[in-house]
Write a protein that binds this ligand. Structure first.
Ligand code: G3I
Length: 539
């Protein structure tokens, strides 16, 4: 049933929560919620209630949760989500009815006719339960039906029923709740590519046949190391032209661990870009983030060595990405605020180590009405300056810097309407030498686990073999030909050809004589090739 939670209201205050800014733009900003922290953690509940006006159940509405045995329905988790949303005036997107994962074995083994009936019954019971509930407004009817090359995914659904299961599922959902908005949802369809074009063609043809497809969901599981899909807005627009609503349904932006201020800044830019793309397309209903805190995220369990994909850290502190989402949603809500904040003072550096530094500057003020939102810190590098980090206060701790490198940096202030101040005068500092001290170190790597086309090296043990403490180390090693790095943890890795250089993280560079620390990494390799890295050296 459709509800009216998102009607445009008066312009929001700059410091208001995300949902206030989103609603003032007629959009939703959502989060996927997990039932366990929702019942056990106050901070989780409070942020979920305060910041978001849309909720998706991360797992509680999937088939294995709602109908674990045939015709035995269990709505405890689903009801908990819907009740929470009702209490907090949030809309619920039902996720998901027909998917090849998290579907019980009893369904997968059915013959064609019994499988068709099972789909009808499941959809009628699950969608039917919430049809008169004003909080539940939309459903992912089918999820992830394509392979990466745009062919139909060879799932048990497709292999048993052919493509007809898709239209059948949409018709069953329409019959169960004529008012709900019905979506098809997938990943790696954010940019224009073979998979998104297959989606486009399918949606177009289903609608021509009168199949009730109202909406397309673009999951948005992105990673900073793979680049941003710059044609996202253009892609959303081509789907909108088919007459469907579009939405970003599962946004998270992961990185190779450990985090540092520069990766956080890149991630913040990606979050901002996604919000801006949705704001720019009238048919885009909103953006749902897949979780909100790094404490509860599917990413580290799935991508070895990657994480920190969300807008709050694991201690429920807002990250630069929160600020980016906030500022993007607030953009323009200062009404006619085109006045930038005053230019910040010259930054001064302190606590400079081989890979980190603290900068402080005198604060800016903002008189344009939208209020001071924070600061961007840039490194001057000729024509293309890089964003090193973002801060909401007049100082920042930069991490992940390169040893023995001169940094020329400046700061710009940002207001709630997105206006940027002039550049502060630049300051220069130089990071110290990486590995120093008496007598060297050694490194040895052990393959922990391997499979057809990849393996994990864990631990690489770094030992101070000298007689005095070292406060930074650099390990190099060689990847066999055709092998590529897929992730790492507890060190910062860069690759040149097949040579990998691993530098300590900011928390494991100090080693007393004879002390050891470890890091690890994951590698992709050609199928069946059993070579492993060699030539570990430490300096
Ligand atoms: O509930 C059991 C628990 O009892 C058991 O002890 C534990 C041990 O592994 O597993 C728990 O189930 C896990 C479940 O999440 C709940 O935490 C499953 O193993 C785990 O596979 C499952 O992962 C979910 C994944 O879908 C399944 O494919 C993730 O939480 C969820 O974020 C993820 O979400 C999907 C979207 O639905 C569709 N798009 C992609 C997205 C990310 O994969």
């Amino acid at each position: 049933m459709l509800a009216t939670f998102l009607l445009p209201t008066v312009p929001a205050e700059a410091s208001a929560p995300l949902r206030t800014h989103a609603a003032s733009k007629g959009k939703f900003i959502g989060a996927a919620l997990a039932t366990s922290p929702l019942s056990n953690e106050t901070a989780y509940r409070n942020i979920a209630a305060t910041e978001f006006n849309q909720i998706t159940a991360e797992n509680a509405m999937k088939w294995d949760a709602t109908e674990p045995s045939q015709n035995q329905f269990n709505f405890s988790g689903a009801d908990a989500i819907v009740n929470f949303a009702t209490q907090n005036n949030q809309q619920v997107h039902g996720h998901t009815l027909v998917w090849h994962q998290q579907t019980p074995g009893w369904v997968q083994g059915l013959g064609a006719s019994a499988m068709r009936s099972a789909i009808q019954n499941h959809i009628s019971q699950v969608v039917g339960r919430y049809a008169d509930n004003p909080a539940v407004v939309s459903w992912d009817v089918v999820n992830e039906v394509f392979e990466e090359n745009g062919s139909m995914r060879s799932s048990f659904w497709y292999n048993t029923l052919g493509q007809s299961y898709i239209a059948d599922a949409f018709r069953a959902a329409r019959a169960a709740d004529p008012d709900a908005r019905l979506c098809i949802n997938d990943y790696n369809v954010e940019g224009i590519n073979a998979k998104s074009t297959a989606m486009y063609n399918l949606v177009s043809s289903l609608r021509q046949q009168g199949v009730p497809v109202d909406c397309v969901g673009f999951q948005g599981h992105l990673a900073i190391q793979y680049g941003f899909p710059n044609d996202l807005q253009q892609n959303l627009e081509r789907f909108a032209a088919l007459g469907v609503q579009v939405r970003i349904t599962e946004l998270d932006i992961r990185m190779q661990m450990p985090r540092n201020s520069s990766k956080d800044a890149t991630q913040a830019t990606y979050y901002r870009n996604v919000i801006n793309a949705c704001l720019a397309v009238t048919a885009c209903a909103g953006v749902t983030i897949w979780g909100f805190t790094d404490k509860h995220s599917w990413v580290p369990d799935t991508f070895g060595g990657e994480g920190a994909a969300l807008i709050y850290d694991e201690n429920y502190q807002q990250k630069a990405s929160y600020t980016a989402v906030h500022d993007a949603l607030a953009g323009g809500t200062g009404g006619d605020d085109t006045t930038p904040p005053t230019t910040p003072g010259t930054p001064t550096s302190s606590n400079v180590t081989s890979n980190s530094a603290t900068l402080s500057w005198s604060a800016s003020t903002d008189s344009g009405g939208s209020g001071l939102a924070g600061y961007n810190v840039y490194r001057e590098q000729g024509a293309t300056d890089t964003l090193l980090g973002q801060s909401t206060t007049a100082s920042i701790n930069l991490t992940g810097l390169t040893p023995e490198t001169q940094y020329q940096v400046y700061v710009r202030a940002r207001d709630g309407a997105g206006n940027l101040s002039g550049n502060s005068p630049a300051a220069t500092f130089t990071t110290s030498e990486g590995p120093v001290g008496g007598g060297g170190c050694t490194a040895t790597g052990t393959v922990q686990t391997q499979w057809q086309n990849g393996y994990v090296v864990q631990p690489v043990t770094v030992t101070n073999t000298g007689t005095s403490a070292i406060n930074g180390w650099t390990v190099t090693f060689t990847l066999p030909s055709g092998h590529t790095l897929a992730g790492s943890w507890n060190a910062s890795l860069t690759v040149s050809g097949q040579t990998v250089t691993a530098r300590n993280a900011n928390y494991n560079g100090n080693l007393a004589p004879n002390a050891s620390t470890t890091f690890g990494f994951q590698v992709n390799r050609p199928n069946g090739n059993t070579q492993t890295p060699s030539g570990y050296t430490c300096a």
